[in-house]
Design a protein around this ligand. Structure first.
Ligand SMILES: [Zn+2]
Length: 399
């Protein structure tokens, strides 16, 4: 299995400039290749340029501009062209599927933040000075950059990427690892219900409250954004204010990830099988359709968009998508099983008698069966139903 590591780099002033140039030159390569594809499509009788043709021109491009393009590694430039190719493939796939995709865009220098090196040893070298106590990664035309390696890298490093986040630089490694030994069986199974008030409720009656990190950071974010809005364009002060906004976002992202990792680890340790709702968060987050006012053409009736925006914020806050991704990765490496079930009626069905009705749930929190008078916390009931559906599905698959 592949595993990704992300380490902070500590470039010198000169190296920082060189890394910036590396991004700038790869960005202009990306934009140039995009321009070529656009021109070919518009003017030359709707032909399309493919990755292979663009990659074949790399040699000439490098020879034409040895000062800039010529100094970076061939492999990394190919990777950048492949990224463009991927953007086009996704664009055409979405057209075919009848969606309305945006045409791949030109990237501003400030929006092009990653360069990939598809192979360790080609244009870059991880742990370039193995006898030095400080880990360093070497990039062609940049030099040996110090790395804050906060954990050991297990397995063979396959690909290396450089990423800029604000004023920080990171190196990302993808390493090939053998599949670890599965954890010993516990003999327990669990169903989970992901929510807003409670981040997670399990079928045993346990709860993990929603930490609401972004709500806690909202005041700091508002202050930082206000300060930013007062700055003059392109001033040093504005640059700092941008950094400040980014750092608030970064902190929330990290807190959310940390929380997701810890919660997921607890589940993977305790249970052999985890059943969860198959959340179509994307659909739930969609903006409600505008309601035109029949009396006044051109104006609109309230459609609940503001209320929905509040809910969206909570959904985003809860970070369910991130959590399920982390949980399935941990489950895979621990040899645990995950089952996704259809969430319909999981909050309305009575776990004791099976009676399914909307009236069973008088409030957001309470479940009270109108047939048998069973009552419990609504989220616990949801988790129990998820577990039941998950086990039924599993049995059907095994049979
Ligand atoms: Zn009942």
């Amino acid at each position: 299995m592949m595993r990704t590591y992300k380490f902070l780099m500590r470039p010198t002033v000169g190296q920082t400039i060189a890394l910036g140039e590396m991004l700038r030159d790869h960005c202009s390569l990306y934009n140039g290749a995009l321009q070529e594809r656009r021109d070919a499509y518009r003017h030359v009788s709707k032909t399309s340029v493919k990755y292979g043709q663009q990659s074949a021109q790399l040699k000439e491009i490098r020879a034409f501009d040895p000062e800039r393009q010529g100094r970076w590694s061939f492999c990394s430039q190919q990777a950048t062209l492949r990224r463009l190719d991927k953007a086009f493939t996704a664009f055409f796939r979405r057209i075919k599927a009848g969606e309305k995709p945006g045409y791949p865009r030109f990237r501003g220098v400030g929006r092009f933040d990653t360069v990939e090196f598809p192979r360790d040893g080609s244009g870059c070298r991880w742990d370039s000075t193995p006898h030095d106590p400080v880990t360093r990664v070497r990039f062609q035309a940049v030099g040996h950059v110090r790395v804050n390696q906060h954990r050991p890298v297990i397995g063979k490093v396959k690909t290396i990427s450089v990423r800029r986040e604000g004023s920080r630089w990171y190196v990302l490694l993808a390493a090939e690892q053998p599949i670890p030994e599965p954890l010993p069986k516990t003999g327990s199974v669990v169903g989970i219900d992901l929510g807003v008030a409670n981040f997670l409720a399990d079928s045993n009656g346990g709860f993990v409250p929603n930490p609401r990190y972004s709500r806690n950071a909202a005041a700091r974010l508002d202050a930082a954004q206000q300060a930013l809005s007062r700055c003059k364009p392109r001033s040093k002060r504005r640059h700092k204010a941008v950094e400040r906004v980014a750092s608030v976002h970064r902190k929330v992202r990290r807190q959310r990830q940390d929380h997701a990792h810890k919660t997921a680890l607890g589940l993977v340790r305790d249970y052999d099988v985890v059943a969860h709702e198959d959340l179509k968060i994307r659909n739930m987050s969609k903006a409600p359709a505008p309601k035109p006012d029949p009396d006044k053409p051109g104006s609109f009736l309230p459609n609940g968009a503001t209320a929905k925006a509040g809910l969206n914020r909570s959904i985003a806050d809860a970070g369910w998508g991130v959590f399920l991704t982390i949980l399935s990765a941990k489950a895979e490496s621990a040899g645990r099983e995950m089952i996704a079930v259809d969430p319909r009626n999981t909050s309305r069905r009575c776990p004791r008698c099976g009676h399914t009705a909307r009236e069973n749930r008088p409030t957001q929190e309470k479940f009270h069966c109108v047939a048998c008078a069973h009552s419990a916390h609504a989220d616990t009931v949801g988790a129990l139903n998820v577990l039941r559906a998950g086990l039924a599905r599993r049995e059907a698959q095994l049979a």
